[in-house]
Each structure stands twice: as structure tokens, then as C-alpha cells.
Design a protein around this ligand. Structure first.
Ligand code: IMP
Length: 185
């Protein structure tokens, strides 16, 4: 079976391929522009995105959306994470968190999968804290300022360890469970 991964990021295609190859699913990278709704809810962004793609006549695909939700910032940057990363960046997040005692935060990744006429939407989460400074030079995005164990940031741990606890890893595991439950794999 083949699933299109609709994204502008080829790295995501490789990641899905790695996780789903053993179930006989092949990934195909497709760039397809679609309208993203303005809402603070990841699932709504994904569901509306799926509606827009299906309206273009495309079926059997995966899309995803992720973000960092900081408790003390009432969920900011959340669905605006990519924009926040491009504009204020990690120094901006650290500045917003200066003197803030509650460091709690959560990465979330919502995956929407249209397969054999079924719709599966799952959200993986990973709780952690915002560090006081940037630490480590691995990973990407907010990795240097997010720690799931309160000791090392995502930019300081090996990729396999990150995948075993991360929002995206958890979302892929939930997707695999759902595909099994729907007898797709
Ligand atoms: P996307 O929806 O997966 O493209 O993620 C949106 C934005 O959230 C990215 O541009 C990153 O800034 C941030 N982000 C998502 N996942 C991660 C992660 O695993 N580490 C660090 N930043 C992330």
C-alpha cells in the first residue's frame, strides 16, 4: 500500500517511511498547497486540512501538525510554533519565560491519515520543561530549550532516544495502533 505524505518537509517522509515500512506501507512525498485554518486547536487544523485535501480529490494520505505549548504562556506558541521559531526564536521564548517559576510545557503532534476511505486523527504528546538557557546543538526548532526529563534537552539526546519519548514518536505509535484496529495493517 502507498500513502502520500503531504508536506513541504522531506525529512518527515523519511521518518514515516522508517516507522511504517515493516507494515508494508510505502511513503510517497507530495507537495500540495492547502488552506490552513486559523485556530488554536491542532486537531482542528489537521481535520480542516484533510477536508481541503479531500476536496481536491486526493485520497490515501498523511498530514501532520506539531507545536510547543507552554503552560505559563497559556499554550503559546502552540499552532503558531513555526512562525514563533522563525521570528522570536528560542531566545524570544526564553525571554518570555524569564522569572517565570512554572516551566511546564508540552510538545504535541497531531497526525491525520486518510486511508481506504477511513479518517484517523491521533495526537501524541510529550511533557517536559522549558530550560533557563539553550543547551545542546542537536535536533531542530525548540529542541535546545525543551527537556523531557528535567536534565537534558532534546538537543542533547540521541535521535533514537528522542523518538522513544517524543510527541512525534508517540503520535506515530498511536497511528500504528489505529491502523491495526481498523485492520488496515
Ligand atoms: P511542524 O508542524 O511539524 O512543521 O512543526 C511546527 C513547528 O513546531 C516547527 O517549525 C518547530 O519550530 C516546532 N517543532 C515541532 N516539532 C518539534 C520538535 O520535535 N523539536 C523542536 N521543535 C519542534
Amino acid at each position: 500500500m502507498k500513502l502520500k505524505v503531504i508536506t513541504s518537509n522531506p525529512g518527515k517522509v523519511a521518518e514515516y517511511q522508517k516507522e511504517l515500512a515493516e507494515y508494508g506501507i510505502d511513503m510517497e512525498h507530495v507537495r500540495l498547497p492547502y488552506d490552513e485554518v486559523q485556530t488554536s486547536d491542532l486537531e482542528e487544523v489537521v481535520n480542516k486540512g484533510m477536508d481541503a485535501i479531500i476536496a481536491q480529490g486526493v485520497r490515501d494520505f498523511i498530514i501532520d501538525d506539531s507545536g510547543l505549548f507552554v503552560d505559563a504562556l497559556k499554550g503559546f506558541p502552540g499552532v503558531w510554533s513555526a512562525y514563533a521559531q522563525k521570528t522570536i526564536g528560542n531566545p524570544g521564548i526564553l525571554r518570555l519565560m524569564e522569572g517565570v517559576e512554572d516551566r511546564g510545557a508540552e510538545f504535541r503532534c497531531c497526525i491525520g491519515c486518510d486511508v481506504m476511505g477511513k479518517r484517523i486523527v491521533v495526537t501524541g504528546k510529550c511533557r517536559g520543561v522549558i530550560t533557563d538557557s539553550e543547551q545542546g546543538d542537536g535536533g531542530f526548532g525548540f529542541d535546545p530549550v525543551f527537556s523531557h526529563d528535567g536534565e537534558r534537552t532534546f538537543a542533547e539526546i540521541p535521535m533514537d532516544e528522542k523518538n522513544s519519548v517524543s510527541h512525534r514518536g508517540n503520535a506515530v505509535r498511536l497511528l500504528i495502533d489505529a491502523l491495526k484496529a481498523e485492520k488496515v495493517i
